[in-house]
Design a protein around this ligand. Structure first.
Ligand SMILES: [Zn+2]
Length: 160
């Protein structure tokens, strides 16, 4: 089978950051941009854990869908199976610079979050106790301070 494009990125040189994974046009003519929200260095840094990414998933999805200026463009937020980051799909032909402020707000929301994680109940989620809020807050803080606050060029475009 053909190797799909996201498996052709050189993960040995990929940094943490915010990357355009792909842009697709739907049959209806809408452009969708898939972002790679990479929080740990592939194969070099310590990956996140499932419970950390799950807590981030609930908090980020809730935050993004409550942002009135962006909510109607949010298609999807979800964890990567390799536990090094997340995918964010937005309507529109977008670049990392277009969403840096939105991501700063999202990860600030996560790092300072207190209380019950939205949707972390047996009614709302398929594995509701599989959550690590303190770990999510620490990972969000590190990603904010070390990457989002002042990203370098290698944090915003894939290695060539
Ligand atoms: Zn869940």
């Amino acid at each position: 089978m053909k190797k799909i494009p996201s498996f052709t990125i050189d993960h040995n040189r990929l940094c943490r950051g915010v990357f355009v994974s792909r842009r697709d046009t739907t049959p209806g003519g809408d452009c969708l941009t898939t972002f790679d929200i990479r929080m740990t260095e592939p194969n070099r840094g310590t990956p996140l854990t499932g419970p950390v990414l799950h807590a981030i998933e609930h908090l980020a999805a809730t935050y993004l869908r409550n942002r009135s200026d962006w909510s109607d463009k949010v298609v999807y937020w979800g964890p990567m199976g390799c536990l090094t980051g997340n995918y964010l799909i937005l309507q529109g032909s977008l670049s990392p610079a277009d969403i840096l402020d939105l991501l700063r707000d999202t990860f600030a929301f996560i790092r300072h979050f207190e209380g019950e994680i939205p949707g972390a109940t047996p009614h709302d989620c398929g594995n509701y106790s599989f959550m690590d809020l303190e770990g999510a807050k620490a990972a969000a803080a590190a990603y904010f301070d070390e990457i989002l606050a002042n990203p370098a060029p290698q944090n915003l475009s894939y290695p060539r």
